[in-house]
Design a protein around this ligand. Structure first.
Ligand code: GLC
Length: 600
């Protein structure tokens, strides 16, 4: 009996050993390999290529594989795993911040903690840390929240776009984050897509020109301290995904399919990426879209033949979110297929142990060649050296003062003013006189910074009614602009006390609640019943009616706009609601133009 018990215990133990087979790094048997203070790759006097080749030659296969994985920082089970698995890159998924709070110092301390772990590895290769700072470093408390790209597109002002990106880079770099998953270069052909507000619109030439400006703003800092890596996305064609084709049952367009000819794909969607690469883009993020049924991350024609071959792209290609693992029935097959297709870094984004073991197996099996492995790692190291990761000065708490600076808010204000588009103006309604006698203001977006800011603010999906943003609502802007004698009455729903005399002007600020990505896929972007009710009630007590629309895209207002005297598209202006008031009252002219066509 005892023998049986003993044998079964041994059997269970052996079984557990296999079931929980821990992925163990190979024992590093050459300690002196890690004593490399005078190694060429650490010598900033040498060329990038010399440093890349020296470092690559020192790396074990385990270390190389670790450079190819991009993990969502909340998925790191224990800090020491960064060293154990030689993880080369982390990201704030959905902009997720430090667990303690979203203060700038907490962000800086979080990043520094991660980097310190990377410095415990043998070769001390710094981490790349990426975030979606798509309209400013908007997940950080006190950061400047700029208009989203749709609004920047409406300005059609490349220099302004560059300055917005430059200010964004400064605020990011101050927290030690040097990789922005921006600009979005999707050319949007269907505004029902939840990502429409993240783009420069539907015109290839405008997307291309403003995208290049944004890249220069992020990357061209005169000091290494503020240099941030741009990451044009999503390669390629997402703006032409067809409604109802999503692989995700929660979405309609996001993760959908594109049916374009090669010529159409090149004419509409390739131009912005080709120009971005010519102008210095060094990381390209691949869309989770499919083109004629093939997921982009698994398409060697797109990733290797066109991007790396024809366009001569020598940076690295990173997959988007869980995209790689949607390619094949097993993660092993997915990794083999996509890395051989041309993916260099995999945003898994959650699992690294499984990634490491599958990659080790794939290289051992010859399913991923050592040449492909070295090519991917060479590209990643090249960009890390180019971005100055090995040489740049540490971000310090003293540098945090740039976050939310007056200078950056001034740039944001200029962007809001220049992004306002006049859709309709009858009876010479606009500009409004600052000395107007009585104003009534209503609408769910009049006094709501969260709606002004939209998605990717404070949280991934944004927050309706977000009070954490440093800024001015449109209502506050109106109150600050009108004369001291002007009577301003505000009621969100338009419930104004009936009085004999009509207000001279009724301003109703309406639009969309915050959303992001597939959660914003919408069969008919339009105004809510509450907004329409507020408009009706306000119209009833006003001599003239101005409707201001705060949205990431055109909304269907054609059934109602006839009764409105003036209509303004404000897009998602972000923190500086005063910029909307400045244009409503003629302190600044309407110069914005439509990034999408909009039939009112
Ligand atoms: C998301 C988005 C992409 C973003 C990435 C990292 O799914 O598609 O735009 O940069 O994940 O947050």
């Amino acid at each position: 009996m005892i023998i049986i018990l003993a044998l079964s215990t041994i059997a269970i133990g052996v079984l557990l050993l296999f079931v929980n087979r821990e992925v163990l790094p190979p024992k590093d048997l050459t300690a002196e390999r890690c004593e490399q203070e005078n190694a060429p790759y650490l010598n900033s006097e040498l060329s990038v290529e010399e440093r890349v080749e020296d470092l690559l030659a020192r790396m074990t296969e385990w270390e190389k594989i670790g450079q190819m994985v991009l993990i969502e920082k909340n998925s790191i089970r224990t800090l020491s795993d960064i060293q154990r698995y030689n993880i080369g890159a982390l990201l704030s998924g959905g902009g997720a911040g430090p667990k303690i709070n979203n203060e700038p110092l907490s962000w800086l301390q979080m990043i520094s903690t991660f980097q310190a772990e990377a410095q415990k590895t043998c070769l001390k290769i710094p981490l790349l840390y990426g975030i979606d700072a798509v309209h400013g470093h908007a997940n950080v408390l006190g950061a400047t929240v700029f208009p989203h790209l749709t609004g920047l597109s409406a300005t059609n002002d490349a220099d302004l776009v560059r300055r917005v990106a430059e200010a964004t880079a400064e605020e990011m770099a101050a927290t030690g984050i040097y990789w922005n998953f921006a600009p979005n270069l999707d050319v949007v052909k269907d505004i029902r897509w939840g990502k429409a507000f993240e783009t420069f619109g539907s015109d290839t030439a405008r997307v291309s020109r403003l995208g290049v400006a944004y890249i220069h703003g992020l990357q061209d800092s005169s000091t290494g301290y503020y240099k941030v890596l741009a990451n044009p996305k999503h390669y390629i064609g997402g703006g032409s995904m067809e409604y109802g084709t999503s692989r995700n049952e929660d979405f309609q367009i996001e993760e959908g399919n594109i049916t374009l000819t090669d010529a159409e794909m090149r004419r509409i969607h390739l131009v912005p990426f080709a120009n971005a690469i010519d102008e210095g883009a060094r990381v390209i993020m691949v869309s989770t879209a499919s083109w004629n049924g093939i997921i982009n991350a698994a398409n060697p024609y797109l990733l290797t033949d066109v991007l790396k071959g024809e366009l001569g792209f020598t940076g690295f290609v990173v997959s988007d979110w869980y995209g790689v693992y949607q390619v094949a029935p097993t993660r092993y097959e997915s990794l083999v297929t996509t890395i051989n297709a041309g993916i260099d870094m995999v945003m898994t984004p959650f699992e690294y142990k499984d990634f490491m073991s599958n990659m080790q197996q794939a290289v051992a099996n010859g399913d991923i060649s050592n040449e492909r492995l070295d090519d991917a790692v060479r590209r990643i190291l090249r960009v890390k050296f180019e971005t100055g990761l090995f040489d740049r000065p540490e971000a310090t708490p003293e540098g945090l003062s740039v976050i939310g600076s007056a200078e950056h808010h001034t740039i944001a204000l200029e962007a809001v003013r220049k992004s306002q588009v006049l859709l309709k103006n009858t009876k010479a309604t606009l500009p409004l006189p600052v000395s107007v006698k009585k104003l009534v203001v209503s609408g769910a977006s009049a006094n709501n910074l969260g709606r002004q800011a939209g998605g990717w603010t404070s949280e991934w999906q944004g927050i309706d009614g977000d009070t954490s943003i440093t800024g001015t609502t449109i209502l506050e802007g109106i109150k600050e602009t009108v004369s001291a004698d002007t009577i301003v009455e505000y009621n969100q729903n338009g419930d104004f006390a009936a009085s004999g005399e009509l207000a001279d002007i009724g301003i109703v600020v309406v639009g969309e609640k915050p959303y992001a990505e597939g959660w914003g896929d919408n069969p008919n972007p339009s105004l809510s019943p509450e907004d329409l009710s507020a408009i009706e009630k306000t119209k009833a007590v006003s001599k003239k009616l101005v409707v201001v629309i705060v949205s990431g895209r055109p909304l269907d207002i054609s059934a109602y706009s006839e009764d409105w005297d003036a209509i303004v598209a404000s897009w998602l202006p972000g923190a500086e609601g005063g910029g909307v008031a400045d244009v409503l009252f003629g302190l600044h002219p309407f110069i914005g133009t439509l990034p999408f066509s909009w039939e009112i």
